[in-house]
Design a binder for this molecule. Structure first.
Ligand code: PMP
Length: 409
C-alpha cells in the first residue's frame, strides 16, 4: 500500500460519481495531466484575497493596494519556485500555450523543436525547424548539435516531461548543448512542474513556461519566466493599458517586462492561486509517492493481456506519473468510456495534442492516458488495473458506440 499524507490537501478527493447501472462510486481521478484539482492551500489563498477584490497597479484605495501587493508577491513566489535569476522576469499569462506564443514573438531567429512535442511547443514559432527526438536525444546529442551548427538557431524549445509518456528530458544536457551552439533553451514545464522541482539557474534553462491548472490551481493563469532582454526588446504582446509608461497621441513609450506583456487588467486571483500552488508544492516531496504508484500501475497493466505502453526513448532516465497505453481489440475511446461508465474512473483518451508523436509511435488514432497526482492512492491504481483486466476478460456487458463524437454505453 502506498500512502501519502498530502492527499487530503486536494479538493474534490471525495467526489461521488454516477455509474451507468445507477450506482455511484468515489471518483478515481487519473486525469491530473489534463488539469489537477485545487490544493486547499490554493483555495485558502483565493478566499483570503477575495475581500480585497480590486484592480491592481491602478487604484489608491486600500483594497487595490492589498491586491497589488498580493499580485507582486505572487510574482516573487513563482520566481522562487523556479529559482529565477536577477536577469529573469516572471510574466503572468493565461496558460502554457499563451506563454510560449508570447515567447515566440520575442525570439530573434529560428527555433528548433522536437517532433514529440505538445502542439503548444510545436506550433507557435516563426522559423521553426523540427528534429526527431528519438534520433537526436542521447548521451551526446550529436545530431542535435549538427542541426544547431549547420544553421544557427536562436532557441531550442523542448518539453520538460512528455504529456504522452511522462518521460523526462535531460534538460541540463540540452541546455549545455544549446548554449554551446549559441542558442537559448526554453522548457515547456506544463507536465514537469507538477511533479519535480525546477531550478532554472542550476539547469541553465533560459525560459520556462507552465500552467496553473495543471499545478493544482484554477484555470486561466500561467507563467513565462526567463531572461528579460528578449522580452524587453519585443513588441508588447497585448497593446493597451498597463503595457505603457507614457502615451501621447503620436507617440507611445512602452513599459519594460513584465508590464510590457501584461496589457489590460490582469488575472490577479489566478496569479495568486498559481503562486500558492508553487509555494505549497515547494514544501512537498511527492516524487516518491508518485513513482511508487506509477510502478504499481505499470506492473499491473503490464500483466493484462493485450496492453501495450507508449514510449519514446529506449533508455529513460526519469519519468513522471503519466502512463499511456492501448488495449488490443478496443478503441481508446471505448476503454475510456467503459472506465468512466462502469467504474467511475476518469482517464483521457485521444491524441493528447501531440498528433505527430502519436503517429510516430504507430498509434495515429490515439491511446488511453492515465496520469497520477497528489490525490491518487494505491486503491485507485488497483481499481484501474482491475477494471482494464475485467474489460479484457469480457466482464463488461454494455455495448459501447460512438455517438455525437463521444463513446457511450
Ligand atoms: N505543454 C504540455 C506538455 C501540456 O501537457 C499542455 C497541456 N496539455 C500544454 C503544453 C498546454 O497547456 P495549456 O493548455 O494550459 O496551455
Amino acid at each position: 500500500t502506498v500512502s501519502f499524507t498530502a492527499c487530503s490537501t486536494v479538493s474534490g478527493a471525495d467526489l461521488d460519481v454516477p455509474l451507468v447501472d445507477g450506482r455511484s462510486v468515489r471518483y478515481a481521478n487519473f486525469d491530473y495531466a489534463a488539469s489537477a484539482p485545487a490544493l486547499e492551500a490554493v483555495t485558502d489563498a483565493v478566499r483570503n484575497l477575495l475581500p480585497y477584490y480590486a484592480s491592481v497597479h491602478r487604484g489608491a484605495g486600500y483594497a487595490s493596494r492589498v491586491s497589488t501587493q498580493a499580485y507582486e508577491n505572487a510574482r516573487n513566489a513563482v520566481g522562487e519556485f523556479v529559482n529565477a535569476r536577477d536577469a529573469d522576469v516572471v510574466v503572468f499569462t493565461r496558460n502554457t500555450t499563451d506563454s510560449l506564443n508570447l515567447l515566440a514573438r520575442c525570439v530573434p531567429g529560428d527555433t528548433v523543436v522536437l517532433d514529440i512535442e505538445h502542439h503548444a511547443t510545436l506550433l507557435p514559432w516563426h522559423g521553426r525547424r523540427v528534429v526527431s527526438a528519438a534520433d537526436t536525444i542521447d548521451e551526446t546529442c550529436q545530431r542535435l548539435v549538427a542541426e544547431l551548427w549547420s544553421k544557427p538557431a536562436a532557441l531550442l524549445a523542448v518539453t520538460g516531461a512528455s504529456n504522452v509518456t511522462g518521460e523526462v528530458l535531460p534538460l541540463a544536457r540540452l541546455a549545455r548543448i544549446a548554449h554551446e551552439c549559441g542558442a537559448r533553451i526554453c522548457v515547456d514545464a506544463a507536465q514537469l512542474a507538477p511533479h519535480r522541482s525546477i531550478d532554472i539557474a542550476d539547469l541553465g534553462v533560459d525560459y520556462v513556461a507552465f500552467s496553473g491548472h495543471k499545478l493544482y490551481a484554477p484555470f486561466g493563469a500561467g507563467v513565462l519566466v526567463g531572461n528579460r532582454d528578449w522580452l524587453d526588446a519585443a513588441d508588447p504582446y497585448l497593446a493597451g493599458g498597463g503595457a505603457v509608461s507614457n502615451v501621447r497621441v503620436d507617440e507611445t513609450v512602452w513599459a519594460c517586462a513584465p508590464a510590457r506583456h501584461e496589457g489590460g487588467t490582469p488575472n490577479v486571483l489566478g496569479a495568486v492561486a498559481l503562486a500558492a500552488a508553487c509555494t505549497a508544492l515547494g514544501t512537498l516531496d511527492s516524487s516518491g509517492h508518485e513513482t511508487a504508484l506509477t510502478e504499481l500501475l505499470k506492473d499491473g497493466l503490464a500483466a493484462v493481456p493485450g496492453v501495450s505502453f507508449l514510449r519514446i526513448f529506449d533508455d529513460v532516465e526519469d519519468s513522471v506519473g503519466i502512463v499511456s497505453f492501448t488495449v488490443d481489440g478496443y478503441e481508446p475511446g471505448h476503454v475510456a468510456a467503459y472506465l468512466s461508465a462502469e467504474h467511475g474512473i476518469g482517464v483521457r483518451d485521444g491524441r493528447f495534442c501531440a498528433h505527430p508523436l502519436l503517429a510516430k509511435l504507430g498509434v495515429p488514432d490515439g491511446a488511453v492516458r492515465a496520469s497520477i497526482g497528489l490525490g491518487t492512492s494505491s486503491e485507485d491504481v488497483e481499481r484501474l488495473v482491475g477494471a482494464v483486466s475485467a474489460l479484457v476478460g469480457g466482464v463488461s456487458t454494455w455495448n459501447y458506440a460512438r455517438t455525437d463524437g463521444y463513446w457511450n454505453p
